[in-house]
Design a protein around this ligand. Structure first.
Ligand SMILES: O=P(O)(O)OC[C@H]1O[C@H](O)[C@H](O)[C@@H](O)[C@@H]1O
Length: 553
């Protein structure tokens, strides 16, 4: 049995700390944030924490000091710190895959030592980073040319899930730091439309494909990579020899990379102890490094590392990822909240919530515990959201007046992105005024008395009343830099970790994505050749038949 199976661990819902929280929840009842703030004139200043460049305000949560104490007690009883230390030590805490979980090693400084099976991994990490840096610099400087000798101007990352969402999100976030003379695109969907739209206006002679896949067996990525190769060779009217200058791979699977026809000299490796959704700071971030350059990439890694250190060492009262994880548990398990919204007030973070969906939902969307027993409590929330001001004119109505409780994170920056023209810079105060106003409106609402006092017709008063008491965390930093992005991502990684530890689930496997893959393979021949698929249910059978007839087959 693996060392990290929490043998003998008392079921979460049988812990006295769990029951203490349930009783406390009853005592608090519908205590309103208006009263909590009124009763504590220092609350808005007191309930804030700082980690690195991130100022985190958690005063607008439905908590008292006692709630926070009880939540920390729950973390203690569920041994969150012990599991964290086991992760940092390289123990095999991903029990169902029997793997260590060491994404923190990807951003450890060269001087650090992290051992796995007696071998230090930090040296290997830095060797790959150095190889990436040489390659990125060669592409950026024009030293690396295509088959015809032309300079590479376009980089297309071909990957999916963790091999797409991270680099894509970070590229968008750090566009202002990127080489604007180059074009970066990200193809993930097996729908041919994705590849078609990504390459239709590109010159193959100037285009480099980075095929990113941890396993190098993911059908969408391999299908897209093969089509990219056809597009390239047809466009160049060249043979296989052109592939080497236009295709590089990022993978843990050298054999499959070679089989595909990519020279393994042009392969950038990583390791099975990096989960896909925790991998964009590994070689999976190669497209990002080409975009922003090795120095900015390293600054981003330093930002990650800063938060890793904080998570590993800050006392529970000051530990931001611990706090954020526990607040989520408070709503998930003691307020029946189903969802969590992440609402960045930065257009550059437009893909941030998409990225977090995989990070959080693939990690904590589980319903059995580490020992395979069905859990008796809610686990990971439905994570959603888009940049804030757009959301305000779409779905915020539900946040303000709907029947569901949706705790939210509001993320904003004091300064606009670097390089913003002065005329557009002036939008920034308006953008941020919206962030602050939304946090305020969600928390404090507007009472019916206040509405009536404005002279609103009696029958409209209920419609114009805002109950408030809708919790938010506000995360404010001075500016979105590579380091700040790293800090933000590490914060959420560790928040997800804390929740998985409390819920006693394996946050690092993803068996739930397998069944669909297997069934797709079985169904495909039915679509193409009309093959009999034994045991097909009547609904799917009829859908397949309808599809074939619509396609004239
Ligand atoms: O990087 P790859 O091996 O191609 O995997 C890409 C993605 O697909 C899988 O199905 C998993 O659900 C993801 O965790 C993974 O990130």
């Amino acid at each position: 049995m693996s060392e990290m199976t929490m043998e003998g661990r008392t079921r979460l819902d049988q812990l006295p700390e769990w029951h203490a929280l349930a009783a406390h929840r009853k005592d608090l009842g519908d205590a309103h944030l208006r009263d909590l703030f009124e009763g504590d004139p220092e609350r808005g200043r007191r309930l804030t924490l700082q980690v690195g460049d991130l100022h985190v305000d958690y005063s607008k949560h439905l908590v008292t000091d006692e709630t926070l104490r009880l939540l920390r007690e729950l973390a203690r009883a569920t041994k969150v710190a012990e599991l964290r230390d086991a992760m940092f030590r390289g123990q095999r805490i991903n029990t169902t895959e029997d793997r260590a979980v060491l994404h923190i090693a990807l951003r450890a400084p060269r001087s650090a030592e992290i051992k796995l099976g007696g071998e230090d991994v930090v040296g290997e990490v830095h060797a790959v980073l150095a190889k990436m840096a040489v390659f990125a610099d060669r592409v950026r400087s024009g030293d690396w040319t295509g088959h015809t000798g032309k300079r590479i101007k376009n980089v297309v990352n071909v990957g999916i899930g963790g091999s797409d969402l991270g680099p894509k999100m970070a590229y968008e976030a750090l566009r202002a730091y990127s080489d604007r003379s180059m074009t970066f695109r990200f193809v993930s969907n097996v729908d041919g439309a994705d590849m078609h739209e990504a390459v239709r206006d590109l010159d193959p002679a100037e285009t480099l494909f980075i095929v990113a896949s941890k396993t190098f067996t993911t059908i969408e990525t391999i299908t897209n990579a093969l089509s990219a190769r056809d597009w390239l060779l047809t466009g160049l009217r060249a043979g296989e020899e052109a592939v080497a200058k236009h295709f590089v791979a990022v993978s843990t699977n050298a054999e499959k990379v070679a089989e595909f026809g990519i020279d393994t000299d042009n392969m950038f490796g990583f390791w099975d102890w990096v989960g896909g959704r925790y991998s964009y700071d590994s070689a999976i971030g190669l497209s990002l490094m080409v975009a922003i350059g090795p120095d900015c990439f390293r600054e981003m890694l330093a930002g990650f590392h800063l938060v890793d250190e904080h998570f590993a060492t800050a006392p529970p009262e000051e530990n931001v990822p611990l706090l954020m994880g526990l607040l989520g548990i408070w709503y998930d398990n003691f307020h029946d909240a189903q969802a969590h919204a992440v609402l960045p007030y930065s257009h550059y973070l437009s893909k941030f919530t998409d990225y977090l969906q995989q990070l959080d939902m693939e990690s904590n969307g589980k319903s059995v515990d580490r020992d395979g027993n069905r859990v008796g409590w809610q686990t990971g929330p439905i994570v959603w959201g888009t940049p804030g001001t757009n959301g305000q004119h779409a779905y915020y109505q539900l946040l303000h007046q709907g029947t569901k409780l949706v705790p939210a994170d509001l993320i904003g920056f004091a300064r606009p992105m670097k390089g913003m023209p002065p005329g557009l810079e002036s939008h920034h105060d308006l953008l941020m005024a919206n962030l602050f106003a939304q946090g305020q409106a969600l928390a404090f609402g507007k009472t019916s008395e206040e509405v009536a006092a404005e002279g609103v017709a009696e029958e409209l008063v209920p419609h114009k009343t805002f109950a408030g008491n809708r919790p938010t965390t506000t995360i404010l930093a001075s500016e979105l830099t590579p380091s700040v992005l790293g800090q933000l991502v590490a914060l959420y990684e560790h928040k997800v970790f804390v929740q998985g530890a409390v819920w006693n689930i394996d946050s690092f496997d993803q068996w739930g994505v397998e069944l669909g893959k297997v069934l797709a393979k079985r169904v495909e021949p039915a679509l193409t050749e009309g093959a009999e698929v034994p045991g097909l249910d009547t609904s799917t059978e009829h859908l397949v038949a309808t599809y074939r007839s619509l396609r004239g087959r």
